[in-house]
Design a protein. Structure first.
Length: 151
């Protein structure tokens, strides 16, 4: 796992969720959810807020979760949310906005998957104890210095 990447994705997700909670047009406009006058209807604003609270919550979970199973679970929830967004928005948004919304959603999911699947020095080790174990293994048997990604 690449902990720093997962934490960065979580922080960006949480900040975006907070921003859209305050200004729903940040999501509504690029999604084509505005009226002909460019305004976002109150019903659309109300409908978007729960979606971005989800982003805020799972983003904070990725930032705050302890390394290991908790962080992996938070990241998997993020991936599921992003892929669900891609499927639902791709099927329901106005046609001009669909491809962009799907690309953005799949892109964010891919970042989380990359963080989950990353292996190698520095990526899978967040705790001091884990780094020490890795260094001891590397010193004892250089061919076993790189653990499997677990993905």
């Amino acid at each position: 796992m690449h902990v720093k990447l997962l934490r960065a994705v979580g922080a960006a997700t949480a900040l975006y969720g907070l921003a859209v909670t305050v200004r729903p047009e940040l999501l509504a406009r690029p999604s084509g959810l505005t009226g002909e006058d460019g305004r976002v209807a109150e019903a659309t604003r109300i409908s978007l807020r729960p979606l971005v609270w989800r982003d805020l919550a799972d983003g904070l979970a990725m930032v705050c979760a302890p390394e290991g199973a908790a962080l992996r679970t938070a990241a998997l929830v993020r991936v599921a949310s992003d892929l669900g967004d891609a499927a639902l928005l791709g099927a329901t948004l106005p046609r001009p906005a669909r491809a962009k919304a799907v690309a953005v959603s799949v892109g964010w999911a891919a970042l989380s998957v990359a963080g989950l699947c990353a292996s190698g020095r520095g990526a899978a080790y967040g705790s001091t104890a884990a780094r020490r174990v890795s260094r001891a293994r590397a010193a004892a048997a250089p061919s076993t210095a790189r653990p499997a990604s677990g993905c």
